[in-house]
Design a protein around this ligand. Structure first.
Ligand SMILES: Cc1ncc(COP(=O)(O)O)c(C=O)c1O
Length: 388
């Protein structure tokens, strides 16, 4: 029996007996690496999203890397990346010898600021990577319009945004290439894994080929009864293919994606109601024309109403046995991006201000109403103890 004060982790993946059975069956099948399960996962993911093509990969980072490669990003190019993201979004630009140029976020949604993005476009800019922060789609209408006008590729980082919609359309069908992550904490998981969706068959083929050493078509067929030993290397590619063990897990998780979404949406609604009368807690702002995937529930502290800062707030929650996280430490505050590109803390005022205020509260499908109530009560009690 869990005690009333048992630890509430920031995230717990929801892995049921069906997932365990699917992985065990794959282990018993004798086929562990990329094969028919990965192919089926691609087909079912493409159908779920409504995208003509889906390429299964071993991480979201791999998807972002291959997407930039597919649209032709090369050394010397510039790619616009929001500073309010995980380092993966920007590091893949560097893999190709290009330069990530950082852009500030909107103060309310923490998504990339479309005005700031337009201003940052220069003669070397070839692509933009909007990140659907916490699971809320960016202003994709405006971003796509500017990108089309300025001939930029749009590689959407939807690591948080399954399932999400922008003006009714599924995320994964809007940008040139959309990249999803199935990392352990994400909205569906394969342990590690990712997927790239696109409507462009050439880009899909290129990503598939580059995910397996740049070897010509359907290399995995070599190992099947219908395959042959012969292959040709067309480009120096990478080793980014998804295993069938992971795909087996993903196939079951994908079937549960809507169930998981409904559970996270319910938790977000409980938090929203629970903090409605707490002016010290700024709740996430959701645009009218989106479906938010609620991968994260990120509150911002109204620091001028409190006598403690964000770090002390997190410590106080920890004392109540509640796990939290911070998404994100903006890239321009990290030593690498500061040192390599000369960014200063004050360069992106919205992201910097948000960073001092943000806390990601626990949100995962298996979270009980009692656990949600405990988090709300703890936040409220800390606010009461420390309000000015
Ligand atoms: C915004 C964002 N982009 C990309 C990634 C990278 O995904 P992966 O861990 O699957 O490589 C993550 C998190 O892991 C993320 O939060």
């Amino acid at each position: 029996m869990p005690t009333r004060n048992a630890f509430i982790p920031f995230h717990v993946p929801d892995i049921g007996e069906d997932e365990i059975q699917a992985v065990v069956e794959t282990l018993r099948s004798g086929w562990l690496t990329t094969g028919l399960k990965s192919k089926k996962f691609e087909e079912e993911f493409a159908a779920y999203i409504g995208s003509p093509h889906a390429v299964a990969l071993n991480s979201g980072t791999a998807a972002l890397h291959l997407a930039l490669d597919a649209v032709g990003i090369k050394a010397g190019d510039e790619v616009l990346v929001p500073t309010m993201t995980f380092t993966a979004t920007a590091e893949v630009v560097l893999y190709l010898g290009a330069r990530p140029v950082l852009v500030d976020c909107e103060a309310d949604t923490l998504n990339i600021d479309s005005r700031g993005f337009e201003k940052a476009i220069g003669p070397k800019t070839k692509a933009v990577m909007p990140v659907d922060f916490a699971g809320q789609p960016c202003e994709l209408g405006k971003i796509l319009e500017i990108a089309r006008d300025r001939k930029l590729a749009v590689i959407e980082d939807a690591a948080h945004a399954l399932p999400a919609r922008h003006q009714g359309k599924m995320v994964g069908t809007l940008s040139d290439i959309t990249c999803f992550s199935f990392y352990a904490t994400k909205t569906i998981t394969t342990g590690e894994g990712g997927m790239a969706t696109t409507a462009n068959p050439q880009w899909a083929d290129r990503m598939r080929m580059m995910s397996l050493h740049g070897i010509s078509k359907d290399a995995w067929k070599r190992y099947t009864a219908s395959g042959s030993w012969y292959y040709e290397v067309e480009y120096p590619g990478y080793k980014y293919n998804l295993t069938d063990m992971a795909a087996a897990l993903g196939l079951v998780q994908l079937k549960r994606a809507d169930e998981f979404y409904r559970a996270r949406k319910r938790i977000a609604a409980l938090y929203h109601a629970g903090f409605a009368d707490v002016p010290e807690i700024r709740r996430p702002v959701v645009r009218d024309d989106v479906q938010h995937a609620w991968h994260l529930y990120v509150v911002q502290l109204e620091l001028d109403r409190l006598r403690i800062g964000r770090d002390e707030f997190i410590e106080a929650l920890k004392k109540e046995n509640i796990g939290t996280s911070v998404h994100f430490i903006p890239l321009h505050l990290h030593p690498f991006y500061r040192n390599a590109f000369g960014y200063k803390a004050g360069d992106f005022p919205n992201a910097r201000a948000a960073f001092e205020r943000i806390i990601s509260l626990p949100i995962f499908p298996g979270m009980t109403d009692e656990q949600v109530a405990r988090v709300i009560d703890a936040v409220r009690a800390i606010v009461i103890e420390h309000r000015r």
